[in-house]
Design a protein around this ligand. Sequence first.
Ligand SMILES: Cc1cc2nc3c(=O)[nH]c(=O)nc-3n(C[C@H](O)[C@H](O)[C@H](O)COP(=O)(O)O)c2cc1C
Length: 171
Amino acid sequence: MKKSVIIQASSRSHGDTNKIVNYIAKNNDMDVIDLRTKNIGHYDYEYKNKGDDFLGLITHIIETYDTIIFATPVYWYSMSGILKVFFDRISDLIRVHKDTGRKLRGKNMTMISSSNSDDLKEGFSMPFVESANYLGMNYLGDIHVYIENDFINNEVKLKIDTFIETINNTI
Ligand SMILES: Cc1cc2nc3c(=O)[nH]c(=O)nc-3n(C[C@H](O)[C@H](O)[C@H](O)COP(=O)(O)O)c2cc1C
């Protein structure tokens, strides 16, 4: 198993983040999971949402992929709400499905943030770095990319290509 998956975490399936995700997936033969299409409830202390899509999805990810690339738009200086809910639900793997949670150890995590300008604020990547550390995952780094006038410019394309090449040389 040496497969990578891009987890797209935008509130629109065919928006700016999707342009970046498509560019990467097409050039690198990677699978994409669109979190927006999944029914994943907020974290619940009594695990009342055990019947939603989270456990099946994370189990599939763990069984299929070594490397998880989170692709999130910048919403209010942070990861998207959809992705934050997904991270919150990883707590189910710490409190309830511990065997599944332990299988995240040794897997790779990376992150791509997207917005409309090259001005990511400091600290954006901290939750990803620290979550990877906490879960025993290897954090392979991150990049910020931006879409201008609905296009990925050549500078951004080069940044993406270099980043993906670095990841592929690491895993
Ligand atoms: C709810 C919301 C909050 C946003 N907050 C920020 C922000 O804090 N900083 C920023 O640079 N752009 C912000 N933006 C702009 C988006 O990051 C940008 O348009 C991005 O490319 C949208 O990607 P998407 O089409 O995948 O949603 C925000 C957009 C939305 C919808």
